[in-house]
Write a protein that binds this ligand. Structure first.
Ligand code: HEC
Ligand code: HEC
Ligand code: HEC
Ligand code: HEC
Ligand code: HEC
Ligand code: HEC
Length: 422
């Protein structure tokens, strides 16, 4: 009898061990896949896509049911422009179908990120269809969160039930054991102690604390949870993705760059020529606002900042008080980023890094601006060296080096201002 009970205890502890590990694994798993994909989808895709209806781009639910080649989809989502440029048949076809509307390049998304987005889209589309199928039957639609969470809750339920069964069986065995011992007239010290203070709740806790394996699981689970929490927190320190400060003037990119289609270059001239894209001086605004919307209080802020009197059309610099735009993007000083190298030489669109600015009422930081972000793009993006003055000069310098001719640092770009100056 004693042996049976020992074996049973051993067995139940092993079940607890497995259960503990499963819970740990499931909590970690629950944060991946669909949930992560949903966050990315909402942040990056909803400007142009819906799951169930066509917007700027196709309805992604049906699209991803029809297109099952995930390797192709991953390539498309990470860099559709490269696929189109390479003449991929599927890519060119859909590009033409949508009047060459053009999708943003998401080089910053890793393969796993894209996988999560695809998982989310397919799961959500399945849910939408399931809901539709249920709707005609009437009754409230259960708020389930897709098959994966159902599975998780099911497993958790099984674990809880197993736990209860173990506790009950344990009690039964203990009682039987005591009965047997009593009949033999051998009262165990332990048993009597327990009988004397049945109401002592601390005793249960103490007993649980004595179970070294249980304590071990709790400690392991706690450590994993704390560890992953601080890991995520540490990685996100100083990452200001989504940062959207309120600006002193209600200037809208959606109106100016979007509806009115003013080129980015018109205001951010620096982006093509130098390290800094630069914020335009208010004189640029005055090209239009000397005569446009002159009655608006927002435009009067421009006048006040320049010391301009709309009645006399004269500037008085003594009254000027410059506008303080709030900086949105800001790399730390230890990192050197040059716009012209990327925009002019690399021929990368502003939107690749800054998102669809022409659709933003107020600009926000679209990309994480982390080192990982820079590096991932550098690893993926192919350089186009043809008909590019920058590479022509480097190639000719290399030819000279090969031939043993004299080459100065200046030939390699050593007198370009941006190579030395911030
Ligand atoms: C700026 C708008 C825009 C954004 C943002 C955007 N897309 Fe697209 N997407 C399009 C357009 C337009 C098409 C149709 C093809 C074309 O014109 O290039 C498309 C096509 C697609 C296709 C179909 C490809 C095929 O061959 O079947 C997929 C899949 C897709 N997008 C996924 C995404 C995902 C995932 C995101 C977010 C990470 C996203 N898109 C963000 C505009 C966008
Ligand atoms: C009519 C002038 C004008 C045009 C055109 C314009 N911008 Fe701007 N942009 C501004 C002004 C003014 C600010 C500063 C206020 C703000 O952040 O909204 C700014 C801010 C920004 C910022 C944030 C800068 C920071 O503080 O980090 C980005 C990014 C940006 N613009 C990108 C673009 C892109 C991309 C386009 C083209 C699609 C564009 N802009 C077109 C005037 C313009
Ligand atoms: C190419 C001409 C042009 C330039 C340059 C321009 N704007 Fe505008 N802006 C307009 C027009 C046109 C409207 C009015 C659209 C309308 O009728 O609502 C407008 C509207 C506005 C409004 C909204 C006013 C209101 O009360 O509705 C603000 C604020 C504004 N501009 C700020 C700026 C700032 C700041 C700059 C410089 C960075 C600038 N604009 C540069 C043409 C311009
Ligand atoms: C390869 C990614 C990339 C591309 C492409 C890009 N930017 Fe930027 N942009 C950045 C980064 C990174 C910063 C932050 C720079 C810093 O803090 O030193 C930034 C900052 C800015 C700022 C704030 C002022 C400044 O110069 O620091 C403006 C305005 C801006 N970008 C506009 C543009 C416009 C307009 C284009 C397209 C012509 C463009 N950017 C293309 C990555 C990019
Ligand atoms: C969207 C993709 C993309 C992102 C994001 C990006 N880069 Fe680049 N970067 C490029 C490409 C493409 C080139 C090569 C341009 C060329 O042909 O010289 C380049 C070139 C450079 C160079 C010059 C290398 C050389 O040999 O002269 C530096 C420095 C650089 N990037 C820094 C950065 C930093 C810092 C960041 C992050 C803040 C960043 N880049 C983000 C695409 C990117
Ligand atoms: C090989 C590196 C290098 C290149 C290329 C370079 N500079 Fe400089 N520049 C410097 C150094 C170093 C200083 C600081 C010298 C000093 O303080 O005496 C400086 C100082 C300056 C100053 C004075 C700044 C001040 O506050 O005193 C200006 C302005 C300037 N450079 C502009 C330019 C321009 C414009 C170009 C491109 C045509 C350029 N530089 C190219 C290295 C360079």
């Amino acid at each position: 009898m004693r042996n049976i009970s020992l074996i049973f205890k051993q067995f139940s502890r092993s079940v607890l061990l497995v259960a503990g590990l499963v819970v740990c694994g499931l909590t970690a798993h629950a944060q991946t896949d669909a949930a992560k994909g949903e966050a990315i989808f909402k942040a990056k895709c909803t400007a142009c896509h819906k799951i169930d209806t066509r917007m700027t781009g196709p309805a992604l639910g049906p699209q991803l049911t029809q297109e099952t080649d995930d390797a192709y989809l991953t390539k498309w989502i990470q860099n559709n422009q490269a696929l189109i440029a390479a003449g991929n048949k599927k890519a060119v076809k859909i590009f033409n179908e949508y009047n060459q509307a053009g999708m943003t390049v998401f080089a910053e998304l890793s393969d796993a990120d894209v996988g999560n987005v695809i998982t989310y889209i397919r799961a959500d589309w399945k849910k939408i269809q399931d809901d539709k199928a249920k709707a005609p039957a009437g009754g409230a639609v259960a708020e389930d969160k897709g098959p994966s969470s159902l599975v998780i809750w099911g497993l958790l339920g099984v674990i809880v039930i197993a736990f209860i069964v173990i506790l009950v069986l344990n009690k039964v065995i203990a009682t039987l054991e005591r009965l047997l011992l009593n009949r033999q007239g051998l009262a165990l010290e332990e048993a009597t102690e327990e009988e004397k203070a049945p109401a002592d709740r601390l005793a249960t806790v103490k007993k649980l604390l004595k179970n070294k394996k249980l304590v071990f699981f709790i400690v392991v689970c706690g450590t994993i949870a704390m560890g992953s929490f601080s890991w995520v927190t540490m990685w996100n320190t100083n990452v200001h993705q989504g940062y959207q400060p309120v600006q002193p003037i209600k200037y809208s990119h959606q109106l100016h760059a979007g509806a009115m289609k003013i080129e980015c270059q018109y205001c951010h001239t620096g982006a093509f020529k130098s390290k800094n894209a630069s914020i335009p001086s208010l004189n640029v605004c005055m090209n239009c606002h000397k005569s446009v919307k002159t009655e608006s209080p927002e435009i009067h802020k421009i006048y006040d900042a320049l010391g301009y009197d709309p009645n006399t059309a004269k500037y008085d610099s003594t009254k000027a008080k410059p506008i303080q735009w709030v900086r949105v993007h800001n790399l730390p000083d230890l990192a050197y980023f040059n716009h012209s190298q990327h925009v002019k030489v690399g021929n990368i669109k502003c939107q690749t890094c800054h998102g669809q600015v022409q659709e933003m009422q107020e600009v926000y930081q679209y990309s994480p601006l982390t080192m990982k972000w820079c590096i991932q793009c550098h690893k993926r993006t192919e350089v186009n060296g043809k008909g590019n003055a920058y590479y022509d000069s480097i190639l000719s310098a290399h030819e000279k080096i090969k031939k043993g001719e004299k080459v100065t640092a200046a030939v390699l770009g050593g007198i370009e201002c941006a190579k030395c100056h911030y």
